[in-house]
Write a protein that binds this ligand. Structure first.
Ligand code: ATP
Length: 202
C-alpha cells in the first residue's frame, strides 16, 4: 500500500509548483482539480448526471460542460451549489481512491486545494502544507492572474485562515524564497517521505 501525502495550501501558495518538483523526482501526483474536470468530460457518467440534475442546456453545442452556464445556475444559490457538490464529490472521491490504489510507488502526492475545508483528509496519511505570507500570496496571484488585490483578498477570506491550516499540518514547506531554495526543500522532504514509506507499520 502506498503512503499518501496530501498537499494543500491557500490560493497561489505554490501547490502546483511544489507538485511539479515532486513529479520531477518521479513521485506520482494525483491532482484533485484535474480529476474534477475529468469526471465531467464528454462520455463520463458525471456529465450525464449533471445534465439530469440541472438540465440538458448545461451541455454546450460542442458536447462539453458549459461551465459558465452551470456557474450562473449555482452562483448565489447555496442549495443548488450543494446539490452539484453532492453529485460530483463521490465521483471525484472514487476516482482518487482508484488512482491511489493503482499507485505502485513508495508514496504518492494527492494535491487537494481544499483538503482541510472539504472531507477528503481521510484519504491521506500525512498533510503537507505549502505556506507563504499573505502579502506574497496576494502579490503572486495578482501577477499570475492579473487580479486586483481586493479580489485576491476576497478569495483568501473564503479559505481556511493561515494559522488554522498550519495547525493541521504534519509538514510545512515555506515558499517565500527563490525556486532553487524550494527545490532543495522538496528534495529533503522526498528523502524523508521515502524513509517514512520504508519504515511504515500501519
Ligand atoms: P492555485 O491555488 O491558484 O491553484 P497554487 O497554489 O498551485 O495556486 P502556483 O500556481 O504553484 O500556486 O504558484 C502561484 C504563482 O506563484 C505562480 O505564478 C508561480 O509561478 C509563482 N511562484 C510559486 N513559487 C514561487 C517562488 N518560490 N518564487 C517565485 N514565484 C513563485
Amino acid at each position: 500500500r502506498t503512503l499518501v501525502i496530501g498537499l494543500t495550501g491557500g490560493i497561489g501558495s505554490g501547490k502546483s509548483t511544489v507538485a511539479e518538483g515532486f513529479a520531477r523526482l518521479g513521485v506520482p501526483v494525483i491532482d484533485a482539480d484535474l480529476i474534477a474536470r475529468e469526471v465531467v468530460e464528454p462520455g463520463q457518467p458525471g456529465l450525464a448526471a449533471v445534465a439530469r440534475a440541472f438540465g440538458a442546456e448545461i451541455i454546450g453545442a460542442d458536447g462539453r460542460l458549459d461551465r459558465k452556464r452551470l456557474r450562473e445556475r449555482v452562483f448565489a444559490e447555496p442549495a443548488e451549489r450543494r446539490r452539484l457538490e453532492a453529485l460530483l464529490h463521490p465521483l471525484i472521491r472514487a476516482e482518487m481512491r482508484r488512482r491511489i490504489a493503482a499507485c505502485a510507488a513508495p508514496y504518492c502526492l494527492l494535491v487537494v486545494p481544499l483538503l482541510l475545508e472539504g472531507g477528503q483528509s481521510d484519504l491521506v496519511q500525512r498533510i503537507l502544507v505549502v505556506d507563504v505570507p499573505e502579502a506574497l500570496q496576494v502579490e503572486r496571484v495578482r501577477q499570475r492572474d492579473g487580479d486586483t488585490t481586493e479580489r485576491v483578498r476576497a478569495i483568501l477570506s473564503a479559505q481556511l485562515p493561515r494559522d488554522e491550516r498550519l495547525a493541521r499540518a504534519d509538514d510545512i514547506i515555506v515558499n517565500d524564497r527563490e525556486l532553487t531554495d524550494l527545490e532543495a526543500d522538496i528534495r529533503r522532504l522526498h528523502r524523508y517521505y521515502l524513509e517514512l514509506a520504508a519504515n511504515r507499520r500501519d
